[in-house]
Design a protein around this ligand. Sequence first.
Ligand SMILES: Cc1cc2nc3c(=O)[nH]c(=O)nc-3n(C[C@H](O)[C@H](O)[C@H](O)COP(=O)(O)OP(=O)(O)OC[C@H]3O[C@@H](n4cnc5c(N)ncnc54)[C@H](O)[C@@H]3O)c2cc1C
Length: 506
Amino acid sequence: MCLEKPEGRNSGRNISCTEVHSLSFTLTAKLKYWINSRISKARMRPTLSRRHFLQALASLLVLAKFSTVSKALGQGARVLVVGAGMAGIATARALAEQGYSVTVLEARNAIGGRIRTDTSLGVPVDLGASFIHGSRGNPLIDLARQFGAETYDTTEGEDLLVNAAGAIISSTLQAQGQREYNALFDRLVKIQDELSSDRSIGSVTKTLLRRIRQRRGTAIGDIASFLVTSEIGIEFGAELTKMSLLHFDEDEEFSGSDLIVKPGYIALINGLAQGLDIRCNQKVNQIGWNTSGVQVTTSQGTFEADRVVVTLPLGVLKRKGVIFSPGLPSAKAAAIEGLGMGVLDKTYFKFSTPFWQTQSENVGFIGNVGKRSSREIPEFYTLDQALGSPILFGFTAGSQAKRFEKLTDAAITKYTMARFRKTFGRPIPDPEAIIQTQWNTDPYTYGSYSYIPLNSKTAYYDTMAAPIDDRVFFAGEATHRTYPGTVHGAYLSGLREATRVIQSFS
Ligand SMILES: Cc1cc2nc3c(=O)[nH]c(=O)nc-3n(C[C@H](O)[C@H](O)[C@H](O)COP(=O)(O)OP(=O)(O)OC[C@H]3O[C@@H](n4cnc5c(N)ncnc54)[C@H](O)[C@@H]3O)c2cc1C
């Protein structure tokens, strides 16, 4: 159980679009070097793997030693960027720094997209992305440093597991369950190697878990089952029965620990957005292009430019609410259809004082796992260590998350507190405040992040990223084959597309 970890401490919030205009414009040398080194490469790679990212950085340092940054192709050309999440802001920043005239069009009244820092609980909590996943080689670490955003290195806190009857499970039993889960995972990968056609992760883990229960008993089987949900289901925000066993682990990770951005993840977005021309409340309805340029129609008017970079979330593209004219190529439409949009939601509870042991970072409720009708959050993370505030947050994923989005705060509180009171065996006051996220019904994302469904394929990520007619470009987490579903994937996709836009003028 080592998924999400505690949140940050200091104040942070999503900056408004008006504020972005008034901030000073500062150049970042690293982005400049990045873009110029990519331009100098004759051959484009569809994605940047970690290895290539590190190689690129190394060559940038060499470049920086011998030359000043060369002028970018097509400087001064007009570029529209649709969406002010990490991908859009990274694209816009990189192009603006190369002298392009960039305008970002965002439907919401604030920037950040699936990065959203909330301060209503008195400390900054992230309702979307929380963690910089992997502290070694992750480009976001440099951004955090550059913008003076302190990070908190999450450590493995004690896991507190609670069984279906509400009793706390001993650490010995926990360790046995963990060992069974590890063996199950190894077996899963072996089966994957032998597959001739795809199977769902759910169908295979069901059999493996049944065998564990037969061999080791229900108590250990339940722990292994809980870990399958926690480590795979919640990680990908998808139901196990819908996930591809053949392809689920084809992405890459940065090594090292997960970090929390203490002022909130939005600090990175706000830093990158300084000085950019960002127009909020501009819901894009139509994107058109021809040989002379692009036209983007929003709720407030039509914008014309030489190029457009589209960073619409996969969930929005799936709904077909934005019209592409003369139409998306059939391969792109198939990729949009073929990839899955998972749902991960968070529920935050703020208490007046902690009723849990403050050294425990994670509380897992084993009895709930796999019960489709469950109204109980399967796992919680405590935030007292990182925030100094008695806050718990829990995760729901897949169909359970969708159901949670329809529940009232009062209902969620009732079910959750009944569970806590049973486990801790004493009267515990209700929380002072609760925040339930609703990413699945959010009209500007319709889900949390992409995953590979049963019988789908990883190559769809490359198709998602393919430009159309050197006029329309695509960035966003669901266009990054190596790091999908992450903030760093979105960021790197933005740099990749900035490079492609520049190359398109050659
Ligand atoms: C609950 C949750 C937890 C997560 N946890 C982590 C984590 O810990 N670590 C991690 O690395 N990643 C995490 N992620 C994933 C990460 O947040 C995303 O991969 C990343 O932020 C996506 O960035 P993006 O720019 O591709 O998309 P977005 O941030 O969604 O940006 C797209 C933008 O387009 C805008 N838009 C949509 N429709 C229109 C329209 N019609 N017109 C104009 N604009 C429009 C949206 O409002 C949005 O601002 C999490 C996500 C969620 C939801």
